[in-house]
Write a protein that binds this ligand. Sequence first.
Ligand code: NAD
Length: 485
Amino acid sequence: MLDKTAMMALGHIIDGAVVDRAEAGGIDVIDPSTGGAFARIPAGGKAEIDRAVQAARSAFEGAWGEKSALERGRILIRLAGLIEAHFDELADLECRDTGKPMKQARADITAAARYFEYYGTAADKHHGETIPYQKGMTVMALRVPHGVTGHIIPWNYPAQIFGRSVGGALAAGNACVVKPAEDACLTPLKIAELAIEAGLPAGALNVVCGLGTEAGAALAAHPGINHISFTGSPQTGTAVARAAAENHVQVTLELGGKSPQLVFADADLDAALPVIVNAIVQNAGQTCAAGSRVLIERSIYDDVMAKLAERFAALTVGPGAEDRDCGPIISARQLSRVKTLVDAALADGAKVVAKAALGADAPDGGFYYPPMLLDGAAPESRLAQDEVFGPVLAAFPFDDEAEAIRLANATPYGLTASVWTADGGRQMRCANAIEAGQVFINNYGAGGGIELPFGGMKRSGYGREKAFEGMISFTTVKTVVLKHG
Ligand code: NAD
């Protein structure tokens, strides 16, 4: 269990050891539920990234590179077991670091363990191919790791995104350097420590803390990196891809979305509405796959809005540890961004249809923004087009299937979508026509599903993570042409 009174001093994990503990100085880690600092991380930069990349290269060329796929898999499965064994401690850390309700923090730690289990069991089932070629020759297309992979991860799901990103990379045989977000990075640090206990050789998994503009930029531009996986904002994604392009390094970008939830007049509303509310309230709307737009067929618009309003007004909001429906926003900066976007929409004519109330016990210093249902925003407004990254649902009516699809596709993003209808033909027509990496029919996963390939179209990014597909992204093909006569 966490000692809630002590200030924690964390260090980087480089070459199999905790280094540079931030006893003083460094970056304060703030508890979003209270606004108070409870830990310090070191502010790493180019020098620490250099050390980590060198350690990773040595591991790749040495102890880690020598492991068989089976051995790699067994270490990852042991790590999954250690995460389960430290479940309460990790859930407490995640809840405090991000402010997310405890049940969400627990679900995230379960998912992190499952990523390592999934990729641990996949490690030795990842085959290359042989290609029929000329007589007297055998051609093999081998699947080989990139080498040293860089991972820049965000603050919204630190444990989960760490598991999804390094799980596939390690299973494929890469050595990793991770730059977690400065706002929330405690579970990645703890899981990397557990990886050492699980038997991962020194240097195979390094975690360097620090600011994005310092440590993150140094990792993206490092010539010793062979592949970069980035999850975060489109603007930073562009900077990372640009830096990587200087070294001709391949990048996977997961940049968020503006995911539509389409509700047709024949939908089962009892099934749809709780899922639609959860899709935006989960993690206080700070989910790349948050269902931030609800598109409702006009004939049922008023009825659905009245039912959604009832649900929004009943939502509870408070500190993560109190396990309400919605916790705080991650930081004062993000809270101010959410407020600015919503205030601009209200000034432009959008209306608040319903709003949850903040619990009386929520500390004054916390970064709370009670969930809100909005109506009447212009489809071209920032609220309708941009990620708000807060618990704010914007509703829009449509007249027919064609208009629903047009509205669904009318943002620069294309990450996920849900379609609620009993009409089988329409289900598949919508799935085909909606520009998104994942389309859910009569359900919504909000990014969940370790076994499901995940990633974007359009401004949501490119490349795929999760599932077997995610492991393939962390390999490249080497063709061997053997002439034997
Ligand atoms: P961000 O993109 O700036 O941060 C994501 C990660 O990138 C962090 O680890 C950060 O330290 C790092 N980073 C920042 N600048 C960097 C740089 N120049 N080079 C390399 N790495 C760098 O995101 P943010 O500022 O924390 O949040 C802003 C917005 O991003 C949010 O409002 C939201 O819309 C979006 N976002 C999306 C996701 C997602 O899952 N898709 C996650 C977090 C944030």
